[in-house]
Design a protein. Structure first.
Length: 170
């Protein structure tokens, strides 16, 4: 790997901070996608298909009369709707997979930190506590909290950089 490639394979402290700050939104997005997939609400539903069949009222005793080819149109529309719905579901599944991996990677890397660092980062970024609230919760001083936060972020930079370098050397 060239020096340029190695430099490009380093993640910065600011990037780690963005990952940490985005954790709660990431977690909520994962939950929303899981809900949408569990509900299986199609983009195109049966009502859309029925409307597309264009059934006309006959003036004779209120009976319905289908236009020629309506069944073919409905079948074609149903196949198209199924295709749209399948692609939409696949898109949601793909997005969910990527987001879950990001979330799980961060959670795993934090679990590899020493307990003080992990507790500090979890309290601040996962639970959304302020520095003072986290220090009180963890029964540590503000300076100890800041030190654990800083060293935890530094270790996360190393972990993310290592995995990026491994992937880029493949």
């Amino acid at each position: 790997m060239s020096k340029t490639q190695v430099h490009n394979a380093i993640i910065t402290k600011d990037e780690i901070l963005e990952i940490l700050k985005g954790y709660r939104d990431l977690k909520n997005h994962v939950l929303q996608l899981e809900y949408e997939l569990a509900e299986s609400n199609p983009l195109v539903n049966d009502e859309d298909i029925i409307v597309s069949m264009a059934i006309n009222e006959s003036p004779i005793i209120g009976k319905t009369k289908r236009r020629a080819g309506t069944d073919d149109i409905a079948l074609s529309y149903a196949k198209t709707a199924d295709g749209i719905n399948m692609r939409h579901k696949k898109s949601l599944e793909d997005e969910l997979s990527v987001l879950k991996k990001k979330k799980e990677r961060l959670e795993y890397y934090i679990s590899l930190l020493d307990s003080k660092q992990a507790n500090v980062l979890t309290s601040i970024y996962f639970e959304g506590l302020t520095f003072n609230e986290a220090a009180e919760k963890l029964f540590i001083s503000s300076s100890a909290l800041k030190s654990a936060r800083s060293s935890g972020i530094k270790k996360l930079v190393e972990m993310y950089t290592n995995i990026i370098q491994i992937k880029s050397s493949d």
